[in-house]
Design a protein around this ligand. Structure first.
Ligand code: HAM
Length: 414
């Protein structure tokens, strides 16, 4: 085979696309129920959009982006995340003027040049939501409740919500300094990556997988000691609201997200059984992002969830029989107009109808009907054609009835 998908990218084949559509349907429904509107932004953007928002020193910007020089000059990048593009669109189209609170959601592909493994691709998909305009904890609770609703509607069990607050900008920079002061005496014991991060992004060292470093940071200063009184109050109200909403959570003060724009509340939903890549969703507040990108100071909060990981953590046998699906079996080789008409009549009545066009045997066509997930098969043979009837077979019970063509739609709708 000469051509294959590029490493870390996948085709979504027809067998699987049903599950994607089911997932997207739930996302659209939950978004409507929370009053979020869809936004679609381009696949590529100016490179500096990500460098300024996600951060030059993050893994995403420093080593994972697909970036190239455009023919007309200037550097462009395949989007590695969607919060920055959505904030860019919010500023560019003055969405804040249209309404003081903008609730947006999106579904789409993203690109990161990571090492592929289970639950980690180079092209992957996220659905996400972003709310611009409210600095208050009820907005944080609403965002988290949205995620929680999607995961429970999908029947994903074994999900843990991890919660932290990175504090305001002031808290974050004091904490950064405290971590640097604590870690600098041990600099030579740190890995090369952590040594580099010590000067650029010391919070990321808290994420280390190295057991010796984990032991060291166990006694490092805690972010909780650097929260301002307002940070503290905001975070405790978020927790109270989650308790009222009966959304269980665990506090994890070592959780630092891999993007630099976060302030205050950050969270991840972790799914058991996924292995190393177990975060199905990550998000948080970014009260300075819009201003950083050239807009007016506007608070914001959101999350994004990896759709491949969600599908991996869902039961794979969700394909339920579709009440609306019907398969028409035509056994008359010389005459197909009758079957085509029957199929159309049922489609007009709101059914999803497939029909054999390969002129195969009854046995083969019955096999197709069962595979298609149809609940009923409509069988048309010579005798039926003469009598102006069809046989309607219930595919789960096997029961078969002769129905007059004139009563066909009525028979289906009762
Ligand atoms: P993130 O944590 O980088 O956050 O990604 C969010 C989710 O996308 C992850 O929890 C994971 O499920 C999925 N994901 C990330 N990388 C990959 C990959 N290589 N393969 C498969 N799935 C992946 C963000 O992207 C932020 N923009 C989230 C956000 C929105 N924060 C505020 N608003």
């Amino acid at each position: 085979m000469a051509y294959k998908t590029i490493k870390g990218t996948h085709d979504i084949l027809p067998d699987e696309s049903n599950r994607w559509q089911e997932l997207e349907k739930v996302i659209h429904e939950v978004a409507a129920s929370f009053g979020y509107s869809e936004i679609r932004t381009p696949i590529f953007e100016n490179t500096s959009l990500f460098a300024r928002s996600v951060g030059e020193d993050t893994d995403i910007v420093s080593k994972e982006m697909y970036t190239w020089e455009d023919r007309s000059g200037g550097s462009v990048t395949l989007r590695p995340e969607l919060t920055a593009p959505v904030a860019r669109a919010y500023i560019q189209h003055n969405l804040g003027v249209k309404s003081p609170l903008q609730r947006l959601y999106y579904i789409g592909p993203l690109f990161r040049r990571e090492r592929p493994q289970k639950g980690r691709q180079r092209q992957f998909h996220q659905f996400g939501i972003e709310a611009f305009g409210s600095e208050f904890p009820e907005q944080d609770a609403e965002i988290i409740a949205f995620g929680n609703t999607v995961f429970s509607k999908l029947g994903i069990k074994d999900v843990t919500l991890k919660l932290n607050s990175l504090g305001s900008g002031e808290c974050r920079s004091n904490y950064k300094k405290a971590l640097q002061d604590f870690l600098t005496p041990y600099k030579n014991d740190l890995s090369a990556t952590s040594q580099k991060r010590l000067s650029t992004n010391p919070l990321r060292i808290l994420d280390t997988k190295d057991p010796d470093e984990q032991q060291l940071i166990a006694s490092a200063p805690s972010i909780t000691d650097y929260w301002t009184a307002d940070d503290q109050k905001h975070f405790s109200t978020v927790q109270e609201l989650l308790k009222v909403l009966k959304i269980p959570f665990e506090l994890d003060h070592m959780m630092v997200r891999g993007l630099d724009y976060y302030t205050r509340t950050t969270f991840e939903f972790i799914s058991g059984g996924l292995g190393a890549q177990d975060a199905i969703c990550g998000g948080g507040r970014y009260d300075n992002l819009v201003e950083t990108l050239g807009g007016k100071l506007t608070p914001g909060i959101g999350f994004a969830a990896g759709m491949e990981r969600i599908l991996l953590s869902m039961n794979s046998d969700i394909k339920a029989a579709n009440e609306k699906r019907v398969h028409v079996i035509n056994l008359i080789e010389s005459e197909s107009s009758h079957a085509l008409q029957v199929a159309n009549q049922l489609r007009e009545a709101g059914y999803q109808v497939t029909m054999d066009t390969l002129r195969r045997s009854l046995k083969a066509q019955m096999r197709d009907a069962n595979r298609s997930g149809a609940v009923k098969a409509v069988i048309i043979g010579e005798e039926e054609l003469q009598k102006n009837v069809v046989q309607v077979k219930d595919l789960s019970s096997g029961e078969q009835k002769e129905i007059s063509i004139l009563n066909l739609v009525k028979h289906f709708t009762v």
